[in-house]
Design a protein around this ligand. Structure first.
Ligand code: HEC
Length: 384
């Protein structure tokens, strides 16, 4: 994780070359990240207490808003603004509609931008935005109810046509990272044999997700079982030591309302069998629309003595049949298993030593993909 972030900031080699070639100045360094996380106690300690309580505290706080640690949460979340009564100071889940953000990023409906001494760094405001986005939760209140799984990828019961690169579980609250590990986050095949993750299971980009990394892990076609443990000696817990409520009853979120219970979900991998191009497909995609047109290789005209008007006719006219062109004596239109020596391919690819025009006559050559499909059909034996 850390190394990929570094790589992003440096930019690609191509970017560097482009910049060198065009004499562009180097990009500005990224702004320093905020020194605090998107939770209420850190925002209080890093922003409200040092930057706001000089005016927003005491008996007559500015705009009737007390931002000291004892009062700020209850005076912000879900409370109407003094200056703009139709707007909540903090509207959980909705940073743009929150008057606090409007006052930090501009003057708001009245007065000036906050704090009056000069705006906060945008990185700091973005952390406050994130806290609002996440529901503006008061992390100082200890949760006493169980933690639940709210999302799982692959979804429970998923039918996949390729192995997933990771399994990601999302939770409704921050996790105790130390409780997410190979003992509590398990993947098994249909015989109950555990699958080892590429790196041990751990929390993801936020404390609310857990990742089972399958990068480079070969998973055969099978039905697999994912287990997230809420019962037993080692269980997944939140920061207040509430155990996972894991039962998957009908749908996510998990749980029966009581802490404990494992989440058990299945997904199935079925890799599709790849079938090479058939003559019917080639007839439909190439011969009928492009060759058997009026005045060309149609039943009526049979240009070059060749009729490609339907799959049966094409087969009879192509496979093992000599060219009708006296100048090309010895050429066979299609030699099963041998595309390189098949006259059809030579005419489509305009091979050296072939007389007359490249086909399609007077038209755009076929795409490499279409010729490749015809080659594959010949390699496979040129069957009906
Ligand atoms: C120097 C004093 C001062 C400081 C420091 C200050 N404010 Fe203010 N604040 C005011 C005054 C005065 C008003 C009302 C007039 C205005 O909006 O300009 C106000 C109004 C507000 C409002 C509007 C409240 C409402 O309900 O309409 C918000 C929100 C706000 N401030 C947030 C902050 C935040 C957050 C900080 C710290 C990052 C901060 N203020 C720092 C003086 C201050």
């Amino acid at each position: 994780m850390a190394s990929s972030l570094v790589a992003c900031n440096i930019g690609s080699y191509d970017d560097a070359v482009d910049r060198y070639n065009s004499n562009l100045p180097p990009p500005p360094p990224p702004p320093p990240p905020a020194g605090f996380g998107p939770n209420f106690s850190e925002i209080q300690a890093s922003v409200f207490t040092p930057s706001c309580t000089g005016c927003h505290s005491g008996a007559a706080p500015s705009a009737g808003l007390n931002l000291d640690a004892a009062n700020s949460y209850t005076m912000l979340v879900g409370i109407a603004s003094t200056q703009d009564a139709g707007t909540q100071r903090v509207d959980p889940g909705n940073p743009n509609a929150s008057y606090l953000i409007q006052k930090l990023e501009g003057p708001g409906a009245a007065g000036g931008q906050m704090p009056p001494t000069g705006p906060l760094p945008q990185a700091d405001i973005d952390v406050i935005r994130q806290w609002i986005m996440d529901g503006a939760i008061d992390d100082r209140v200890q949760a006493s109810n169980p933690i639940r799984v709210i999302s799982l990828s692959p979804m429970p019961g998923a039918n996949l046509n390729a192995a997933p690169v990771q399994i990601v579980a999302g939770f409704d609250r921050d996790l105790d990272a130390s409780t997410v590990n190979a003992t509590t986050f398990i993947l098994e095949n249909s015989s109950g044999v555990p699958v080892a993750a590429a790196v041990p299971p751990a929390i993801g980009g936020t404390l609310r997700s857990a990742i089972f990394d399958l990068t480079g892990v070969a998973l055969a076609d099978d039905t697999y079982t994912v287990r997230l443990l809420g019962t037993g000696a080692s269980v997944i817990m939140d920061l207040d030591a509430n155990a996972l409520d894991g039962e998957l009853i009908a749908n996510l979120p998990s749980g029966d309302g009581t802490a404990g219970g494992d989440l058990v979900a299945q997904f199935t991998i079925t890799t599709p069998v790849v079938i090479g191009p058939t003559l019917d497909q080639i007839q439909a995609v190439v011969f009928s629309p492009t060759c058997a047109t009026a005045g060309c290789h149609s039943a009526g005209t049979m240009a070059g003595g060749l009729n490609l008007s339907d799959a049966d006719t094409s087969l009879a006219q192509l496979v093992g049949v000599p060219s009708s062109n006296p100048a090309q004596a010895g050429e066979i239109r299609v030699i099963a298993f041998d595309p390189d020596n098949s006259y059809l391919i030579k005419k489509l690819e305009n091979a050296a030593g072939i007389s007359g025009q490249q086909m399609p006559f007077g038209g755009t050559p076929l795409s490499a993909t279409d010729v490749g499909h015809i080659r594959q059909w010949i390699t496979d034996g040129a069957l009906r």
